[in-house]
Write a protein that binds this ligand. Structure first.
Ligand code: OSB
Ligand code: MG
Length: 370
């Protein structure tokens, strides 16, 4: 297959509720929607890097740049037999993993649709449904967070993750545990602590958390390994795992006992599956993280999470947790039992609603084969 056209759209999507992490509060999400076209079929991918380089060095603008000026023109010259054929050109530029992932995801959707196969089956997925989890941000008060946790527990969500940072940690966790004594609960610090905070982190052992996600620096492994020797709660890495080799090193060093896999962060689904396979061999559980994706990125995450090694509920929530109106139809729905169905239709399995995409588009670029 040769691509005929790639369309890049910068979308600005208002969130139903602000989202605050240790690196700041957002009221909108900014994503780049990637649509590849060939033989009358479209495939969709998403770069949910956000509006600024806070979670990673990438943002919506850098994704547009990496795609428009490098990756897409190169991809238009390639003959694809599989989405994996993107790897040699992706290796020609350093970093820009979220940009690479958006294009690779679109190729996977295209191949799955043309083979009339669900994306999950293309990936080797084995689950018909996945457990829904929710990631809740920092609020203005402890009571507001407690009320939000209660509303997601009532909806059936199977685990809750709360964001923490110095000053928003032990006190609020104590209240959460008092109110929800048996809730599967974890925390994510997005790199807000250092080893000097080891005492605070060690104190979290008493809250019976399923794990502590990325407590230390975004590119660190060795300090996490040192912390893991002090703290009993398992450490999970997110930001620090940017490629399969990082996962191997992290496991070998004892820097984590659990890995949050995001195809976006590791440069695409192929790398994500490689990390999954390695973790599974080593007996390390993984779960699927998120980046406040629209329905397109969300369905890619659902397909990935259907692989057998994703044994823990991840950050995949229903469309209504993020958006008044998602850009896919039907939306992603969390059922009363706290699960999300893995789509059985071809490709992503849900329709992308072009009129809704149009309404949210702030910038479009169409690149055609010469
Ligand atoms: O660290 O997992 C994270 C959102 C944006 C950037 C980083 C993270 C997150 C989340 C939310 O925790 C995941 C989601 O609900 O999509
Ligand atoms: Mg995280």
């Amino acid at each position: 297959m040769k691509l005929e056209q790639v369309e890049l759209r910068h979308l600005r999507l208002p969130l139903v509720h602000h989202f605050e992490t240790s690196f700041g509060r957002v009221h909108h999400q900014e994503v780049v929607l990637v649509e590849v076209q060939a033989d009358g079929v479209s495939g969709f991918g998403e770069c949910a890097a956000g509006g600024g380089p806070y979670y990673s060095a990438e943002d919506a603008q850098t994704c547009l740049h990496a795609l428009k000026d490098f990756l897409v023109p190169w991809a238009l010259d390639l003959e694809f037999r599989s989405p994996k054929d993107l790897a040699p050109i992706a290796r020609r530029i350093r970093g820009h993993n979220i940009a690479k992932a958006g294009l690779e995801m679109a190729l996977w959707d295209w191949f799955a649709r043309t083979q009339d196969m669900p994306l999950s089956r293309m990936y080797g997925g084995t689950r018909e449904a996945i457990d829904a989890g929710v990631s809740l941000g920092i609020e203005d008060s402890h009571d507001e967070l407690l009320a939000r946790i209660g509303s997601f527990v009532e909806k059936g969500y199977r685990r809750v993750k709360v964001k923490v940072k110095p000053g928003w940690d032990l006190e609020v966790l104590e209240k959460i545990r008092a109110r929800f004594p048996t809730l599967p609960l974890m925390v994510d610090a997005n790199a807000a602590y250092t080893l000097a905070d080891a005492d605070t982190i060690k104190t979290m052992d008493m809250f019976r958390l399923t794990m502590i996600e990325q407590p230390l620096d975004h590119d660190d492994l060795t300090d996490h390994a040192a912390l893991a020797r002090i703290v009993e709660t398992p450490i999970c890495l997110d930001e620090s795992i940017k490629k399969p080799a990082d996962a191997q090193k992290a496991i070998a060093l004892g820097a984590c006992r659990i890995i949050n896999i995001k195809a976006a962060r590791v440069g695409g689904p192929t790398n994500a599956i490689e990390i999954h396979d390695h973790a599974q061999e080593r007996g390390v559980p993984v779960w699927c993280g998120g980046l406040l994706e629209s329905g397109v990125g969300r369905l890619h995450n659902v397909a990935l999470a259907s692989l057998p090694g994703f044994t823990l509920p991840g950050d995949i929530s229903g469309s209504d947790r993020y958006w008044v109106e998602d850009i896919i139809d039907p939306p992603v729905v969390v059922r009363a039992d706290g699960t999300i169905a893995v789509p059985t239709g071809a490709g992503l399995g849900h329709e992308v609603v072009r009129e809704r995409v149009d309404r949210r588009t702030v910038w479009t670029e169409r690149i055609r084969r010469a």
